[in-house]
Design a protein around this ligand. Structure first.
Ligand code: ATP
Ligand code: MG
Length: 466
């Protein structure tokens, strides 16, 4: 059944329901007419039986009286208790209309003989007991059933011909309607079959109606839109990544070629090797960053939380940058506010390191690194006293490969902040870049604090997805 097209299944179900309704309606109509005809016949028979009884009781004219017969297809017979014909209308033969058994019953109470044969026709009889002329008699009146039977036969024929015709017509209309309703689905299917990864900008055709199928089409088109955006992002990520890989690789190549070109002094060779080493560091850092972002995209960036002392964590990170800051005449101040938290130490160190690196590279003045607990949330801030983020750049700061000075080339790849956001996200939170009121940038990471789990280090803590 599942392989049968929907429009056929719909039509079959509809036809079945329609057939039941038509059959029930026909059955009711037929029986209603039969009952109504029977009622009329019964009234006629009762009236005539009354008339005949009156005549018999008068005992003068007898049933040959023209009144009973004029224009009447009915007939009457009066039987005595033994079944002998006492009197009758002229059209009847010499045989009693009732069988002895019927006569016996009719002597005590009125009796209806629904259908019996007289001569060549079907008739209905009504027999009633009458006391007249000093005897107990039975008056039998009858009427032919031909007109009743004809009317019912005509109705039966009409129902048997008209019913199936109506059923066929209704089913055909049902089929055409179902086919018309489903046509947009077929058009959408055909287009969907033609859409490939290279043609994701195409959309499914949507009917002008505002029905469920049009809404399904719109929803599918929105999904295609999201897929297109995701694929577009993926492609530009790969393109940007290869672009970023090309620069250090080209540097490496130039250094090696220069070193090999002519005999070189030991100092020159050493300098070249140092530069090669520097470029390889950059390449492996880039590879690691890309790997981390790719794992985040797959939803598999794992977080290993440890109970840590925030002051110790911030001091550790600040110390790593102390020399660089000192060389640039800058200072780093850290304040963990004496708190403790459950975080992935390495990832947080990496994120804070990226932010301090940014503050050293793109900012100016003292660098403030702080951690604070705000209710159930933990918040890290890295602020500096430099120029801050250009206003139109701030919304894009966390995008991959985005730099405010895209064309001037500050030496960075534009992945630092994307990784900060990824680490915040992996902890179930987010990152924000702001310019402080007094000037300077202020980048923060904020995520739910898991200190509530303190002391249950063995318990499995569900990690946020993504
Ligand atoms: N503290 C800051 N002050 C001013 N601008 C900043 C600051 N931090 C980041 N930016 C701007 O945001 C951009 C993106 O920073 P991000 O850390 O993502 O990349 P990057 O530092 O250029 O390169 P990478 O960190 O990958 O080596 C930077 O290029 C810079 O223009
Ligand atoms: Mg950076």
């Amino acid at each position: 059944m599942n392989r049968v097209p929907i429009r056929l299944r719909l039509t079959a179900t509809f036809a079945l329901a329609m057939a039941v309704v038509l059959a029930a309606a026909g059955f009711l109509l037929y029986h209603h007419l039969a009952a109504s005809l029977d009622r009329t016949l019964a009234q006629g028979l009762r009236a005539r039986a009354g008339d005949v009884s009156a005549l018999v009781q008068q005992a003068d004219t007898g049933l040959r009286d023209a009144r009973l017969n004029a224009g009447n297809t009915g007939f009457a017979q009066v039987l005595d208790a033994r079944g002998r014909i006492f009197d009758q209308t002229p059209t009847l033969g010499r045989r009693p209309l009732l069988t002895p058994e019927q006569l016996r019953r009719a002597r005590h109470a009125p009796l209806v003989v629904g259908r019996t044969r007289r001569a060549a026709e079907s008739v209905r009889l009504l027999a009633i007991p009458v006391s007249a002329q000093g005897r107990r008699l039975v008056v039998v009146v009858g009427t032919p059933l031909e007109a009743r039977d004809d009317a019912l036969a005509t109705l039966r024929t009409e129902l048997l011909v008209g019913g199936p015709t109506a059923l066929l017509l209704a089913s055909l209309i049902g089929y055409l309607l179902a086919a018309a309703a489903l046509r947009p689905v077929e058009r959408m299917r055909a287009r969907a079959a033609a859409i490939s990864a290279n043609r994701l900008s195409e959309r499914l055709p949507i009917a002008a109606s505002r029905d469920e199928i049009a809404r399904l089409g719109e929803t599918l088109n929105q999904m295609l839109g999201r897929l297109e955006t995701a694929l577009e992002r993926e492609r530009s990520f790969v393109a940007d990544a290869s672009h970023e890989l090309r620069t250090p690789l080209a540097h490496l190549r130039t250094e090696v070629e220069l070193a090999l070109e002519s005999p070189r002094e030991r100092d020159e060779l050493e300098a070249a090797l140092r530069s090669v080493g520097h470029e390889s560091d950059r390449l492996s850092q880039l590879a690691e960053d890309l790997l981390l972002l790719a794992r985040l995209d797959k939803g598999t960036l794992p977080i290993r939380r440890d109970e840590i002392d925030l002051d110790e964590l911030l001091d550790g990170v600040a110390v790593r940058f102390e020399r660089r800051a000192g060389d640039a005449g800058r200072t780093i101040e850290s304040d963990g506010s004496g708190g403790r938290a459950r975080v992935d130490r390495l990832r947080i160190e990496q994120a804070l390191g990226n932010l301090i690196d940014n503050a050293l590279r793109h900012g100016a003045g003292t660098i403030h690194v702080s951690a604070a607990q705000d209710g159930d949330w933990l918040e890290f801030h890295v602020a500096d006293e430099g120029p801050g983020f250009p206003a139109d750049f701030a919304p894009h700061a966390f995008e991959r490969f985005s730099r405010a000075d895209q064309h001037r080339g500050s030496g960075g790849t534009g992945l630092g902040l994307a990784i900060v956001a990824a680490v915040a996200q992996a902890h179930g939170g987010s990152a924000t870049a702001l310019n402080a009121r007094g000037g300077g940038s202020d980048v923060s990471i904020r995520f739910p604090n898991r200190r509530a789990y303190h002391g249950r280090a063995d318990a499995r803590i569900p990690e946020p997805v993504g």
